[in-house]
Design a protein around this ligand. Structure first.
Ligand code: GDP
Ligand code: IMO
Ligand code: MG
Length: 428
């Protein structure tokens, strides 16, 4: 049995949470492999919306285990809030959630360092979610970090104080940054740590490989999107982890030859939250319409998301990086509300036509568009492929031909039920 991977192909918020929830009945284990509470994954069923930050999106389905992998960074304060919400809904999280001993902890001072670093950058700020992600991964690669397994050690408090001391020294170097409220933040942190002890703390690499050898079906859930990848995204306006399929190997301890399907999710248009280049960004009425109809506000920070047309060079780039085997197209229903739909096929850079994703923001790629007629039909009640309007079928066919990968699922609304499977779903 192979491990399938599901990840975002754009700048995050493609709809990963919804599709993981839809696919969970086909799997035994859902495993998050990177990122942390910078993620906000939205699920909708029975007229209720649920937003998950750390917990994998299979949590609401019976019979599936949900693993928080070693590649994830965990803020105990946020995890506690998520667990409390599950408890209020009588979800038996103690049975369903397993957490890697090797996942790193986000300390209160990591959050302060994130805030200080962003404030010091002024106009050049990344637009971080301020959840402490960058500083925590820096401590991980700098070999200073604290891990989930450390909370079980008698020396935990000592280790914590040592790292906190380093952070306070660093914070002093940021001109004008004043540390306030640390005591309260620390109290919440240690309360959260007690909640983590209610979970099954495991060596997740052994657990997952055992499940694979027992023919159990595992789905790896990505966070963020490939254009936010630390190596291949629009650096430095990226997150601090490998969001691409390779991140599932390092973030779970799964060997590359054990990866099966790679599901790449994209919106029928593009969004981005935070700073950084966005070649197809819209500043006109179409942009406003997409933002309003698509409710494009961050699930973690509530910030408005920037909206723009689909960017094919960027999509082809991320399909290549991830070895995508199946595409999943989200939010087609949102484009019913615009007159004409555009797709960027190439960029013009210094007079040259190219479809290479730009190295840096300075290149100022100018998008070249192909225009499609909108379907102008309410899609949100449709359930089969046959019912899709011809204009949408044309859009799908064009994209499949350009990218060379089938679009297996078309999503036409936020609810579980608003999902059209174009191919029968099967497990290899
Ligand atoms: P994630 O981070 O990739 O899980 O995505 P988010 O949850 O941050 O953002 C996706 C948003 O779009 C959420 O509000 C979803 O409820 C919503 N959504 C998902 N699929 C669809 C769809 O097909 N149509 C519409 N209109 N909304 C969708
Ligand atoms: P999901 O999993 C969209 C963005 C931030 C910022 C940059 C760096 O819901 O798709 P960070 O806090 O990681 O240091 O921020 O990355 N970002 C996301 N954008 N969806 C996300 O996650 C994101 N996680 C981080 O807005 O631009
Ligand atoms: Mg999100």
């Amino acid at each position: 049995m192979k491990v399938d991977v599901l990840l975002g192909l754009q700048w995050g918020d493609e709809g990963k949470g919804k599709i993981v929830d839809v696919l969970t009945p086909y799997y035994n284990v859902i495993a998050r492999f990177q990122g942390g509470p910078n993620a906000g994954h939205t699920l909708k069923f029975q007229d209720k919306k649920h937003v998950l930050h750390t917990i994998p999106s299979g949590i609401f389905r019976q019979n599936a285990k949900n693993v928080i992998g070693n590649g994830v960074v965990v803020d105990p304060v946020i995890l506690k809030k998520e667990l409390e919400a599950l408890e209020a809904m009588d979800v038996p999280f103690g049975e369903r959630i397993l957490i890697s001993r090797k996942a790193h902890l986000i300390l209160p001072t990591h959050r302060l360092l994130d805030a200080a670093s962003e404030a010091s950058k002024g106009k050049e700020k990344i637009g971080s979610t301020l959840k402490g992600i960058g500083p925590t991964y820096m401590d991980k690669t700098g070999r200073n970090g604290l891990r989930i397994g450390d909370i079980e050690l008698p020396t935990f408090k000592e280790k914590y104080n040592k790292l906190k001391g380093k952070h306070l020294d660093l914070l002093q170097r940021y001109d004008g940054f004043v540390v306030v409220g640390l005591e309260e933040m620390e109290a919440a942190f240690f309360e959260g740590v007690e909640w983590i002890k209610k979970l099954q703390i495991i060596d997740s690499e052994y657990y997952l490989n055992k499940q694979v050898s027992k023919q159990q079906r595992v789905l790896a859930e990505g966070a963020q999107g490939s254009l936010l990848d630390i190596d291949f995204g629009s650096y430095p306006f990226v997150t601090s982890s490998n969001t691409i399929a390779a991140g599932a190997c390092t973030g779970l301890g799964i060997a590359p030859n054990k990866i099966g399907e790679v599901y790449g999710i994209f919106k029928a248009y593009c969004t981005r939250v935070g700073s950084g280049p966005f070649p197809t960004e819209l500043f006109d009425e179409d942009g406003k319409t997409i933002a309003a109809v698509g409710s494009e506000f961050g699930a973690t920070t509530g910030r408005p998301r920037r909206c723009g047309w689909l960017d094919l060079p960027a999509l082809k780039y991320t399909v290549m990086l991830n070895g995508v085997t199946k595409l999943i197209m989200m939010k087609a229903d949102v484009l019913s509300e615009v007159e004409n739909i555009k797709v960027c096929t190439h960029y013009k850079v210094n007079g040259d036509i190219t479809d290479v994703f730009p190295y840096s923001i300075e290149e100022q790629p100018h998008p070249i568009y192909k225009t499609f007629k909108s379907w102008k039909t309410d899609l949100t009640g449709l359930t089969t492929e046959d019912e899709l309007p011809q204009e949408l079928k044309d859009y799908i066919n064009y994209l499949e031909k350009e990218i060379g990968i089938p679009i297996a699922i078309v999503s036409v609304g936020p609810d579980r039920k608003q999902t059209i499977q174009r191919e029968a779903f099967e497990i290899k």
